[in-house]
Design a protein around this ligand. Structure first.
Ligand code: HEM
Length: 239
């Protein structure tokens, strides 16, 4: 019998790259949620956050291409992460059958959560690029009225609602699986991690729903003037 061919170091390297891109994206998603939620503190607060990322407070003027640049980096990491994940999808019916048999036999949360990861990842793969493309090509249209108009008058809210649920479950399960995989924790710590994961997921979904509701409300109010940019209150009183 011929000697088995060694796969070499590449499968492990690709696995590490998938974990690293996943870690970055999941942590980015949580930060992104906190920034987007600035609308809950008022329209001026969200305006300041949006201008901050355009370098307004550093360069004295808005440079929206800075946002495009960052979106491009996120887009590339997203594509790399998704491409690497595709390697692990069961592609043949035999693999599917083996997985389902295994899942039913094991009845273990970590095996079942892998399926949740595949299903939510598949959804995010289709929905996120729509949002990313808009952010990449129109970074200057990020602001209280601009965003609210996109959410309501631009009819993005159904996509955001679905994306929010999918991405928060995906990020939560992903971070949990990363911790279990690379920190090699015991059963007790695993249970604690699982509870922590649920805590974060519920918190970020609740925050996301509240935030989306705030954009929808503002979007409905502003619909008759959709397309008009936001002016912060202190600039309005000056002009
Ligand atoms: C650097 C890249 C990104 C930027 C600059 C960005 C920016 C924004 C902004 C400004 C909003 C408010 C609504 C709007 O203006 O349309 C928003 C909402 C949202 N974004 Fe992103 N985003 C980025 C990446 C992502 C990614 C990668 C995902 C998911 C995979 C995502 C998911 C969402 C969701 C679900 C909402 C709705 C949140 C809610 O209010 O519940 N975003 N994003």
């Amino acid at each position: 019998m011929p000697a088995p061919v060694s796969p070499g170091p590449w499968p492990a390297r690709l696995d590490l790259l998938q974990s690293a891109t996943g870690l970055f994206l999941a942590l980015f998603m949580w930060l992104h949620m906190l920034f987007v939620a600035s609308i809950l503190f008022g329209t001026d607060a969200m305006w300041r956050v949006a201008r901050f990322f355009e370098g307004y407070y550093l360069f004295g003027r808005s440079l929206p291409w800075l946002v495009s640049l960052f979106v491009a980096v996120v887009f590339v990491l997203f594509a790399v992460h998704a491409g690497l994940a595709l390697r692990k999808f069961p592609s043949h019916w035999r693999q599917h059958a083996a997985y389902w048999r295994h899942m039913r036999g094991m009845r273990h949360g970590d095996t079942t959560s892998w399926l949740a990861q595949v299903v939510t990842g598949f959804g995010v793969f289709f929905l996120a690029p729509v949002h990313l493309y808009l952010m990449l090509t129109h970074p200057e249209l990020i602001g209280p009225y601009e965003s609210a108009d996109r959410v309501w008058s631009g009819r993005m809210w159904p996509l955001y609602l679905l994306l929010l649920l999918l991405v928060e479950i995906h990020a939560g399960v992903g971070l949990y699986r990363l911790a279990v995989k690379w920190l090699a924790v015991g059963d007790k710590a695993r249970m604690r991690l699982m509870r922590l994961k649920w805590g974060f997921t519920v918190f970020f979904i609740a925050l996301g729903l509240l935030t989306l509701a705030a954009y929808v409300r503002l979007g409905i109010e502003h619909a008759p003037h959709a397309g008009e940019p936001y002016l912060p209150t202190w600039q309005r009183t000056l002009s």
